[in-house]
Design a binder for this molecule. Structure first.
Ligand code: FES
Ligand SMILES: [Fe+2]
Length: 335
C-alpha cells in the first residue's frame, strides 16, 4: 500500500452518492475524508449530509436513525436534529440544546449526483460543481441523451489528482487506450478554480494519419480536484463525469458516468441498445485508466519528456490551491 504524498483532505466539491440512492425517509451511512457521515432525505425532499455521531452521547445516526418529517431522530434517546445539524427536540425536556451542533456539509444535487463541499477550514463554497451539460454553454440537457450509465469502484488506493493529471497526459492515450496516434492539446487553461483542457483525439484509423486531419476531440472541465466533466465532438456524442472522493488517508471512491446522445429518427430499441453498448465501451476505457491509477505511486518530481513539461507543471500548480496550507505544513512536519 502506497500512501499518496498529496493531502487526502483537499477543498472542493466531491461526490458521495447518487441522488436515487437516498430516497425520501432514507438514512444512508457513508465515510469520506476520514469521517463517518450520514445522508438523509426529509419528507420535503431536502437532502442533508452530516457527520454521523449524535452530539448527545454519541450514537451513530446511521444505525437506526429515523427521518421524522424534516428532522433526523437519534435511535438512542430520541433527540432530533435539523438539516442545519441543530438539536430541535429533546423528548424528555421542554427545550432543546441550542448550543451543540452536528457538522453538516453544503450539498448540491445535479446530473443525478450528490456532491458535498469539503473544506478543513469550513469555508463556504467558493465555486460551483460543474454540470455536465450547462458547463459547456451549448444549450444541451439530459433530454438529448440516453439515461446515465455508471461505474462505481469503492476504496481504491488512489488520489483524485491522479485522475485529473490523466487529462494533460497525451502520451498515455496510445498505450492505455490504444488510440492510433497521440492526441494534441488545443487548450490548457489553469487560470481559475475551474480549469479547461481541450484536445484533438481519434479512436479510428491507423497510425499513418496526421493529427491535423483528425476531426474529433474532447473538451474537459475540471471543477476542482473532485469532479471532471467532458464533452466529445466529431465522434459518437458522449458526455462523461468522473468523480473521485477520498475515503481516508489511503483510499478513494471512484464514480464515472456516461451519457450517450440520442439520435433522432432511429428505431428506439436499437438506439437504446447501441447507446448501452457504446456507454459500456467508454466505461471500459475508463477502467483501463483505473488499472494504472490504483497501483500507481505518485512521482514527484516526475521525470518528464520535454513536451510534457507545460501540461504537468500547469496542472500540478493549479492543484495546489485546493490543499489547505495548514495541512500541507503538518504533512511536512511528519515526514
Ligand atoms: S445519543 Fe443520540 S439521543 Fe442520546
Ligand atoms: Fe485515460
Amino acid at each position: 500500500m502506497v500512501k499518496p504524498p498529496l493531502s487526502m483532505k483537499p477543498t472542493g466539491w466531491f461526490q458521495v452518492a447518487w441522488s436515487d440512492e437516498i430516497g425520501v425517509g432514507d438514512v444512508v451511512k457513508m465515510k469520506y475524508f476520514d469521517q463517518e457521515m450520514v445522508g438523509w432525505r426529509a419528507e420535503s425532499g431536502q437532502l442533508t449530509v452530516m457527520n454521523a455521531y449524535c452530539e448527545h452521547l454519541g450514537a451513530h445516526l446511521g444505525y437506526g436513525g429515523k427521518v421524522v418529517g424534516e428532522v433526523l431522530q437519534c435511535p438512542f434517546h430520541g433527540w432530533q436534529w435539523s438539516s442545519e445539524g441543530r438539536n430541535v427536540c429533546i423528548p424528555y425536556q421542554d427545550r432543546p440544546n441550542r448550543g451543540r451542533r452536528i457538522r453538516t456539509y453544503p450539498v448540491a444535487e445535479r446530473n443525478d449526483s450528490v456532491y458535498i463541499w469539503h473544506d478543513v477550514d469550513r469555508r463556504e463554497p467558493f465555486f460551483d460543481p460543474p454540470d455536465v451539460f450547462a458547463a459547456f454553454r451549448d444549450d444541451s440537457s439530459a433530454d438529448g441523451y440516453h439515461p446515465q450509465q455508471r461505474l462505481y469502484r469503492a476504496g481504491l488506493e488512489l488520489h483524485p489528482q491522479y485522475v485529473l493529471e490523466n487529462g494533460v497526459d497525451f502520451a498515455h492515450f496510445k498505450f492505455v487506450h490504444n488510440t492510433p496516434i497521440v492526441p494534441v492539446f488545443t487548450r490548457h487553461d489553469f487560470g481559475g478554480l475551474v480549469s479547461f483542457v481541450d484536445f484533438t483525439i481519434t479512436f479510428e484509423g491507423d497510425d499513418g494519419q496526421k493529427i491535423e486531419d483528425v476531426n474529433s476531440g474532447v473538451e474537459a472541465i475540471n471543477g476542482g480536484l473532485g469532479i471532471a466533466v467532458t464533452k466529445s465532438w466529431g465522434m459518437i456524442d458522449n458526455r462523461t463525469i468522473s468523480a473521485v472522493t477520498p475515503v481516508d488517508e489511503f483510499t478513494s471512491d471512484v464514480r464515472f458516468m456516461v451519457y450517450i446522445g440520442r439520435m433522432p429518427g432511429k428505431d428506439p430499441d436499437r438506439a437504446q441498445r447501441k447507446a448501452a453498448e457504446f456507454g459500456r465501451e467508454v466505461i471500459r476505457q475508463f477502467e483501463q485508466d483505473i488499472e494504472i491509477w490504483q497501483h500507481q505511486r505518485y512521482s514527484d518530481p516526475p521525470a518528464l519528456a520535454t513536451d510534457e513539461y507545460a501540461g504537468f507543471t500547469a496542472i500540478r500548480k493549479w492543484a495546489k490551491q485546493f490543499y489547505p496550507e495548514a495541512f500541507a505544513t503538518q504533512e511536512g512536519l511528519r515526514q
